[in-house]
Write a protein that binds this ligand. Structure first.
Ligand SMILES: Nc1ncnc2c1ncn2[C@@H]1O[C@H](COP(=O)(O)OP(=O)(O)OP(=O)(O)O)[C@@H](O)[C@H]1O
Ligand SMILES: [Mg+2]
Ligand SMILES: [Mg+2]
Length: 581
């Protein structure tokens, strides 16, 4: 696709120099930006279509491709992956119109005339949308290009009513950044991988098309919702330097968490705020250069990214090992079937006819603004993970990573809100267990496990931070045993009502722990003796030392008999005492 060659460009630049999105246009800066005129080389096009592959060839190539997800330096084939990530910026209004960004509003209710492509309406840059984009670029350690510019990329599709998309592909506002992947991202402790960010560009989002299958009354149709049309996106383009699907997945997760941590883009893939295209090539190890890339478009989960890369590596190895050439092409991913299918070849690639947008002057970003943003950038994921692993939270690396990977980072906020709530409560007893770990366990494992078992997404998490803090307060103060705290959590998850108060549940179901006098508690001893007498054979096996672990059976039954109101320690003491007598 040739770059824009016309000198047509609105002359007065947008100048973005101060925080709070003020921009000025001093008359001294009227010079139009020099246009980019080199022709981008596309890989030479091959007319060789993939040859038929015999079952035997396919089998042998498949075995070579085994472990396609891992970086396999013994394999004959060197894998290269590059990502293009589109992220919706955290901006209240669209990029070139004053319509509000909203993803839950009724269809077509957030649409300005420009978004609907009413003839004659021209784009007007909404300066505040640039600020989160710069935050992202600074977080990715990019160079902020003082001068960038917008071009129109022409193509027609039902979700693109203007017939073009405005983008900075040829003149991005940020270039040459990096992402460092390390142990905190799930790599081996000795591995540190640096992935380049070629550039970050501003661009417009498309509308959303919603397919409706046919019914008795209506034929199948596609509805178009323009609410998303024109929302501000950044496209983040990595260099082709990822060497495996595992690294690509780690890189994508890290990009999402950096976007979220820098508050540049709040919604991750789970909510449709981030989409990813992957580019995959293979080359015989030892040969110079890279193989021809195949692009798989529009992936909407990390799993889809990882699986599609693995499938593509295998597909390319099958083609190459059977004597074929890889055709440069664009493919789509079918997550249900776990396979990709060709959408178009490079020969069928549209010429986008990039043209400078005559209505949009160049954008000037002054260093003072960049410095302000740099100095006010919130902590980034590596810092957040280390923070969660250090005091006062002391989570394991695994839990800290899970916490920030889950639910677009909302689990961390949930966790911290509970921590702060508990510490602020009068009469709160931190207890002997490490509080950070305890909350981590209840948030990730107890609650997370229950939600997963009931197929409840985090977005629909029925337990509020206050309910969870109440529950843990009662657990720590000894009012609830661990068993009864779990019953309370079961109830909260099942009944999904933020108004339920834990204190009322304890009262209503008579769950408050019974205080005990440990191994001398007469009531408990009586109950334990009764249980032991009910299972004479098992008791004998404990006494004779044949099956000492059967004590746990009696401890469990004693706890049950108290209605879970006596904690495991007290029950254990009594059972131990009776068997040692
Ligand atoms: N040989 C290769 N193997 C794997 N990936 C590659 C190779 N060459 C380039 N890439 C990757 O392909 C991507 C190219 O993205 P870029 O946005 O620059 O171009 P594009 O795909 O033509 O644009 P768009 O799809 O946005 O119209 C980058 O992520 C880059 O790292
Ligand atoms: Mg791209
Ligand atoms: Mg692309």
């Amino acid at each position: 696709m040739p770059p824009p060659t016309s000198a047509l460009r609105a002359r007065r630049p947008f100048i973005l120099s101060q925080y709070r999105s003020q921009w000025v246009c001093p008359s001294c800066l009227t010079q139009s930006r020099r246009l980019h005129t080199e022709v981008v080389q596309t890989p030479s096009q091959s007319s060789t279509s993939p040859p038929q592959v015999s079952a035997k060839q396919a089998r042998s190539a498949k075995s070579t491709a085994k472990g396609a997800g891992k970086k396999n330096s013994d394999s004959k084939w060197e894998v290269t992956v590059g990502l293009e990530i589109h992220a919706q910026l955290n901006a209240p209004r669209k990029l070139f119109s004053y319509a509000a960004t909203s993803f839950n509003a009724p269809p077509n209710s957030r649409v300005a005339p420009f978004d609907a492509s009413i003839p004659g309406i021209q784009p007007k840059l909404n300066i505040p949308t640039i600020v989160p984009a710069i935050r992202a670029a600074v977080a990715f350690d990019c160079r902020i290009n003082r001068r960038s510019a917008f071009d129109r990329k022409h193509y027609f599709y039902k979700d693109q009513p203007n017939g073009y998309q405005i983008t900075q592909f040829y003149h991005p506002f940020a270039s040459d950044g990096k992402i460092v992947l390390n142990e905190l991202d799930g790599l081996d402790p000795s591995e540190v991988v640096e992935i380049g960010i070629k550039q970050i560009q501003m661009e417009q989002d498309t509308a959303k098309s919603i397919f409706q299958p046919s019914t008795e009354d209506t034929p199948a149709r596609t509805l178009v919702d323009l609410n998303r049309a024109g929302s501000a996106l950044v496209e983040i383009i990595t260099t082709p330097s990822l060497k495996s699907s595992k690294h690509a997945a780690a890189c994508l997760k890290k990009i999402q968490s950096i976007l979220r941590a820098s508050t540049a883009a709040i919604d991750g893939m789970e909510k449709g705020g981030v989409r990813c295209d992957v580019n995959v090539s293979i080359q015989e190890r030892g040969l110079p250069g890279l193989g021809r890339r195949v692009e798989i478009k529009n992936l909407n989960s990390v799993k889809a990214v990882q699986e599609s890369i693995e499938a593509e590596i295998k597909r390319q190895i099958v083609v190459r090992e059977s004597g074929g050439e890889i055709e440069g092409e664009t493919r789509g991913w079918d997550a249900v079937k776990g396979e990709s299918r060709k959408l178009r070849s490079k020969e069928g690639e549209v010429d986008y006819r990039y043209k400078p947008d005559a209505e949009l002057p160049p954008l000037i970003i002054e260093e003072s603004l960049v410095n302000h943003i740099r100095s006010t950038l919130p902590p980034l994921p590596d810092q957040i993970i280390s923070g969660l692993m250090n005091e006062p939270f002391a989570l394991t690396l695994k839990d800290a990573r899970t916490m920030i990977d889950l639910d677009d980072g909302e689990r961390v906020n949930y966790y911290k809100a509970i921590y702060e709530d508990l510490l602020a409560r009068e009469g709160f007893k931190p207890g002997s267990k490490h509080l950070g770990k305890l909350i981590g366990n209840w948030t990730l494992h107890e609650l997370g496990g229950r939600l997963a078992a009931s197929f409840i997404a985090w977005l629909d998490n029925p337990v509020t931070t206050v309910q969870m803090a109440d529950l843990l307060f009662n657990l720590q103060s000894g009012t609830l045993t661990a068993g009864n705290a779990k019953r309370v959590l079961d109830h909260l998850v099942t009944f999904n009502d933020s108004k339920i108060r834990v204190a009322e549940l304890i009262e209503e179901y008579d769950l408050a722990s019974r205080s005990t006098e440990g191994e001398d508690d007469e009531g408990l001893i009586k109950l334990a003796n009764h249980i032991i007498s009910e299972y004479p054979e098992k008791a004998e096996q404990v006494r004779s030392g044949k099956k000492p672990n059967l004590k746990n059976f009696f401890i469990g039954n004693l706890m049950k008999a108290t209605g879970g109101k006596v904690d495991v320690q007290a029950c254990k003491q009594v059972i131990e005492k009776l068997f040692s007598a």
